[in-house]
Design a protein around this ligand. Structure first.
Ligand code: BMA
Length: 321
């Protein structure tokens, strides 16, 4: 029997490898995804032969074939930002209609650690860096696609001692971030999401709540295994976790997921919605990019079986409502 996996793989994975790149590199993986000018646009994490990552744009009319990949990176560690000197990694792209701009949340890695940086673009040719937004050690940030309660919201994953939970923060202007609120915890123990959790794609708005696709890590004797799960946050108050699947919905199984620079990893940073379908662009084994499909309504119906209502994190939050 196959395990229940709500994501079904594209038949011809991997979708993109270093071999399709217009310049020499080690690997291409963990990409942000959006729709730009009617095409699917990916922001590839490209690791060079020194081991540092940069972010490069790829476009395709059907999101599957005929990728046109930029010759030059959009964001590069040599662009002059001291907090990015070791790399720009794992972009999550969110379109904000009211600004008519795309905000890119990415991991800025340097000798200071890994922090959260934001940048804005309207054309994917030039970017405006908003700079380091959340100090190290923090990563896996993704901005919500609209204001809620008049504010912008962002998921992130700080490292607090040995704990790596998903947190939420809010902002009036994308520059000053407050809160924060812990919304989804690593489960500890033997669980697939026991050792750490972090957001994968930006939140997906559904009639039943904000769909959060996230990764969970289980520490195996041979190393960590990265799988994907799903949870739901309240539409009007994303500080409330209202459902969480206890089991994973995509796990490393195919050869390109269990073998590579980092074995046993499926790690998405972006998805594109096509009607009810989620087209998930995920990194496999930190080496290649793959594609998988899921039905939003199937994930929601699975989540309906696992509803919870977590109390808000602290009394002042109740007062703040
Ligand atoms: C995480 C991130 C991802 C990576 C994963 C597995 O901490 O850094 O970029 O895919 O580890 O190596």
């Amino acid at each position: 029997m196959e395990p229940v996996e709500l994501f079904k793989r594209y038949d011809h994975n991997p979708l993109l490898t270093f071999r399709q790149m217009p310049y020499i590199c080690n690997s291409v993986f963990n990409c942000g995804a959006t729709v730009f000018n009617g095409e699917t646009l990916l922001l590839l994490r490209v690791e060079d032969l020194e081991g540092r990552s940069h972010l490069t744009v790829a476009r395709s009319a059907d999101g599957v074939t005929d990728w046109r990949i930029a010759e030059k990176p959009l964001l590069h560690p040599d662009d002059g930002n001291v907090y990015e000197a070791f790399g720009c990694e794992d972009a999550r792209i969110t379109y904000l209609p009211e600004l008519r701009e795309y905000v890119i949340a990415y991991t800025a890695y340097s000798a200071y650690g890994a922090g959260v940086a934001l940048a804005k673009t309207s054309d994917f040719e030039t970017v405006e860096r908003l700079g380091l937004t959340l100090a190290p050690n923090n990563k896996d940030a993704a901005v919500f696609p609209r204001r809620i309660q008049g504010k912008y919201w962002m998921l992130h994953r700080p490292v607090v001692g040995s704990l790596e939970h998903i947190w939420l923060t809010d902002s009036p202007d994308l520059r000053h971030w407050g809160g924060p609120y812990c919304i989804l915890k690593e489960r500890g123990g033997p669980f697939w999401d026991g050792r750490k959790v972090g957001a994968n794609t930006p939140p997906i708005e559904t009639p039943e709540g904000w769909l959060i696709l996230y990764h969970g890590v289980k520490q195996m004797p041979s190393g960590p295994t990265y799988r994907m799960g799903a949870a739901l946050l309240d539409l009007d108050d994303p500080r409330r976790l209202i459902a969480r699947l206890p089991y994973f919905i995509l796990a490393p199984q195919e050869s390109y997921e269990v073998t590579g620079d980092v074995p046993n990893v499926v790690f998405a940073c972006g998805a594109v919605q096509r009607g009810d379908d989620i087209h998930l662009y995920y990194g496999a084994a930190d080496t290649a990019i793959c594609l998988a499909y899921a039905s939003t309504s199937e994930i929601l119906s699975a989540l309906r079986e696992h509803r919870i209502l977590e109390p808000l994190a602290s009394p002042q939050l109740v007062n703040a409502r």
